[in-house]
Ligand binder design. Structure first.
Ligand code: BGC
Length: 443
């Protein structure tokens, strides 16, 4: 156990006591000010897939261009904390058409991609209009192909200018300027893309990113064992989320806002968490942020990958390795029934329609991947029979990409990418998904 881990474990105690997170979360209560709205209409079942700007887009801007940009993740990698992403990723910026061709082959009716904030605003207040036009073109091409674009405004990355290696406690969500810049960025993007984009995601998994980056130390800004920062960053992220929901609805009252959360199925083991304190804390991680924005969203996006025993050590030390057939390359325990449990819990807690916005497995075995999807779709069906209102299913992800602190070490893709001819080819799991959705327009 490293010194940092010990520090983090010690710091858990005051955090638990101060934040009240040793107690189970209270039931969700809609704020009195919440506007009553009719349940959202989403039409035919959404079969989709997703990517993220930083995981897929190549840089596509020369270092001497006034629009050259970096993100906080680039700098964090340069500091040696995580593997670098490099300038290429999966070439989804300069070669988006190869992604589009693969999406058409898959036959999906929805596709989620992200906007890279640093790309469109490479310097504070300086906007790259050509980049915004390119995002518009992507949305239009998708629509022309009968694929509804779903746009994420923040998927873990901030422009590098909101990150300061020497002042981590003033970086990202803790940067004093972040809220005003976010307002301007979101206003511009929503205005520009609204004619073509109806479905918006203000932030992807803010709950997970906040815990990992502002308390666990693994992601930017790399704050470790800092309960005060976690609390403050959460407040700012919530305010930014609510601001974005308002901007989206003001622009188009018929727009659909989806809040996407990382929702593992936490389980209990007496020996590792005798007082249930960690289990309760993990429930807070799942629900606290969502509780504070749920009244502003139409759909809850459930990102589900695995079950995990709640233990302080497990929270600090990230699991790794496909130890046996029961695990994924990321060291996650495969548990399809956990998806059912999460869907039923979320459905009861919020009574809102849901989309499985991410579900997938990092593995080199296509057979294991197909089995994973099949079993999870079956559990989704079971949850629907039990009353959960499911509107869509998005396997993660279109093609193997940059898996954050794990670098390029995880193979989640439905397709393989050949850099020589710049083409994506459906892998067996992709062909399975294509055939499955052809045969099952509704699940
Ligand atoms: C994220 C993705 C990530 C996936 C697999 C989710 O946490 O939204 O960006 O690649 O899980 O780890």
């Amino acid at each position: 156990m490293t010194l940092n881990t010990i520090r983090a474990l010690v710091a858990l105690l005051p955090c638990l006591a101060l934040a009240g997170c040793v107690m189970p979360p209270k039931p969700y209560k809609k704020p009195a000010s919440a506007v009553e709205s009719a349940p959202v209409k989403t039409g035919a079942f959404w079969w989709g897939t997703s990517t993220a700007s930083f995981q897929n887009e190549d840089r596509g801007v020369a270092p001497d261009s006034p629009f050259y940009f970096k993100t906080d993740w680039d700098i964090f990698a340069e500091e040696g904390h995580i593997p670098p992403r490099g300038d290429e990723a999966t070439f989804s910026w300069t070669h988006f058409d190869k992604d589009l061709a693969a999406l058409k082959q898959l036959g999906v009716n929805h596709y989620r991609f992200g906007i890279e904030w640093g790309r469109v605003e490479p310097q504070p207040g300086v906007f790259n209009e050509a980049a915004i036009r390119q995002y518009i073109a992507m949305a239009r091409k998708l629509k022309a192909a009968g694929i509804e674009p779903v746009v994420t405004l923040w998927h873990f990355t901030f422009p590098a200018w909101l990150y300061d290696s020497k002042k981590k406690s003033q970086s990202g969500f803790l940067n004093p300027e972040v809220e005003s810049h976010w307002k301007e960025y979101v206003t511009r993007i929503v205005k520009a893309l609204s004619p073509y984009v109806k479905v918006w995601v203000p932030q992807n998994e803010p709950n997970g990113a906040l815990y990992i980056g502002y308390f666990g130390g693994h992601w930017p800004p790399g704050l470790l064992a800092t309960p005060g920062s976690l609390k403050k960053a959460t407040n700012v992220s919530v305010a930014m989320f609510r601001e974005a929901s308002g901007i989206i609805k003001n622009q188009n009252p018929k727009a659909i806002v989806m809040g996407i959360y990382s929702l593992p199925n936490w389980t209990r083991a007496f020996g590792q968490d005798p007082t249930r304190a960690v289990y309760n804390m993990m429930q807070h991680q799942n629900f606290d942020h969502l509780d504070r924005v749920a009244d502003t969203i139409d759909l809850i996006g459930v990102n589900y990958y695995y079950s995990q025993v709640a233990s302080a050590r497990r929270f600090i030390i990230r699991p790794t390795g496909e130890k046996s057939s029961a695990y994924t390359q990321n060291g996650w325990l495969i548990d399809p029934e956990g998806l059912h449990a999460v869907l039923v819990t979320v459905s009861k807690r919020y009574g809102k329609p849901m989309v499985i916005s991410e579900n997938g497995i990092g593995t080199q075995s296509e057979q294991k991947k197909i089995r994973y999807f099949r079993e999870h779709v079956n559990q989704m069906r079971r949850a629907m029979e039990d009353g959960a209102d499911l509107r869509g299913y998005f396997p993660w992800t279109l093609t193997d990409n940059y898996e954050w602190a794990e670098g390029y070490a995880a193979n989640f893709g439905l397709t393989s990418f050949n850099k020589k001819d710049m083409k994506l080819t459906l892998e067996p799991a992709g062909r399975w998904f294509r055939n499955f959705i052809r045969a099952n327009p509704e699940p």
